[in-house]
Write a new protein. Sequence first.
Length: 205
Amino acid sequence: MITAEASTKDRLLAEGMRLFALQGFRATTVGQIEAAAGLQPRRGALYRHFPSKEALLDEAVRRHLDSVRARRTEVVGGEAGDVGDVGDEALALGRYVLDELASQRAVVDVFEREGERVAEQRDAFREQVSDAGYRVMAEALRRWIGTEPAPGFDVDAAAVLLLGALINVHRSTWTFAGPPLELDEARILAAWSLQCATVVAAARR
């Protein structure tokens, strides 16, 4: 059961992150967050839930990190040697990545605008979300390959390039308000999963 207090806190978190992304962390005032959340500004509503707007940002990032870790555990659960069709598994992983990117937009926008001002939260996000995502991709490649890769094949670098390509398509869509060449998500994912399967086939001895 969601209490009124929890609902108010959630509204403050959502509106705070929206405003941080829209106009910057420093430029956003506590009163603006309260008003956007439907509360009387400058009446202390935010401070009943957070000691500062920095604490609000901390809580928003922590919740996001917890959510990413929980979903990653659900989606990426294969064991070594337990490999189905590489293309199908890559397709599922790609869908998960795109869903996660969509959920990260407000947080990433804040870090892009004012990363140096919120360096602690930015660095935690990079380590626990961005870098962790590349490690998941690398582990998926190792599992799909199944043995030692062919000489000269760099699994970590291949993971960064494969996952980075998918991320770049999504980020380009954010920036330009539409996907490259107007390709829909299904076509992008189908091509990406085929690319993963092709790379795996090349990496096997």
